[in-house]
Design a protein around this ligand. Structure first.
Ligand SMILES: CC(C)(COP(=O)(O)OP(=O)(O)OC[C@H]1O[C@@H](n2cnc3c(N)ncnc32)[C@H](O)[C@@H]1OP(=O)(O)O)[C@@H](O)C(=O)NCCC(=O)NCCS
Length: 162
C-alpha cells in the first residue's frame, strides 16, 4: 500500500509559466551557471529556457508544497545514453533550502523516471565546488565517477531509493 501523506510536497509536470517563479531563484550569472550549466546565459528568457529543457527526451517537474500549492523546487529527468536517466536543473527555492526539500525533490524524480524512460541507472553532472548539492546526491546513493569538461559525473546504479 502506498503511504498516504496528504500534506507531503508533490511533483507535477512543469508549465511554461512556472518559470516566472523558478528563474528568479538563480539571480545572477554565477547562480545560473551553478544550477543550469555554462550554456544557459544570464539573464535568460523563459521561452528560451523552456526550449532548452525540451531539446531532450524527458520531463521537467515542479515540486509543490501541497498546503498552498507553492512551488518550492524544480528539476528535470532526461534520457542521455544507454539506460541512464539523467537528473538535471535541480533547484530548491532559496527561502526553503535546508528543510529536506532537495532530497524529496530528487527522490520523487528518481521514483517517477521509470514511468516514462527506459532506465536501469541514474546519472547527473555537478560542479565539483557545489558541496551542498554533492552531499545531497551522495545521501541518495550517487557516487563520484569521473570529471568531464569541468563537471563531476555522479552515478547511481539500480533503481532502489534511499
Ligand atoms: C542543492 C540544493 C538543491 C539542495 O536543496 P536543499 O533543499 O537545501 O537540500 P536538503 O535540505 O534536502 O538537504 C539534503 C542534503 O543536502 C546536504 N546539505 C543541505 N544543506 C547543506 C549545506 N548547507 N551544506 C552542506 N550540505 C548540505 C546534506 O547532505 C543534506 O542532508 P542532511 O540534512 O541529512 O544533512 C539547493 O541548495 C539548491 O537549490 N542549490 C542551488 C541550485 C544548485 O546548485 N543545484 C544543483 C545543480 S547540480
Amino acid at each position: 500500500m502506498p503511504e498516504i501523506t496528504p500534506n507531503a510536497p508533490r511533483l507535477r509536470p512543469a508549465r511554461l509559466e512556472d518559470l516566472d517563479v523558478v528563474l528568479p531563484w538563480a539571480p545572477d550569472a554565477e547562480a545560473m551557471r551553478m544550477w543550469a550549466g555554462p550554456t544557459i546565459g544570464f539573464p535568460v528568457a523563459r521561452q528560451q529556457f523552456w526550449e532548452n529543457l525540451h531539446h531532450v527526451t524527458g520531463e521537467a517537474f515542479v515540486l509543490c508544497a501541497a498546503a498552498r500549492d507553492e512551488i518550492v523546487g524544480f528539476g528535470q529527468v532526461m534520457h542521455r545514453e544507454d539506460d541512464f536517466a539523467h537528473l538535471a536543473r535541480i533547484i530548491v527555492s532559496p527561502t526553503r533550502r535546508g528543510e529536506g526539500l532537495g532530497r524529496t525533490l530528487c527522490r520523487e524524480l528518481l521514483r517517477v523516471a521509470p514511468r516514462f524512460l527506459s532506465v536501469r541507472a541514474f546519472s547527473l553532472y555537478v560542479y565539483p565546488e557545489n558541496v551542498r548539492a554533492r552531499a545531497l546526491y551522495r545521501s541518495l546513493g550517487f557516487v563520484d565517477t569521473r570529471e568531464e569538461r569541468g563537471f563531476l559525473r555522479m552515478e547511481k546504479p539500480g533503481l532502489d531509493l534511499k
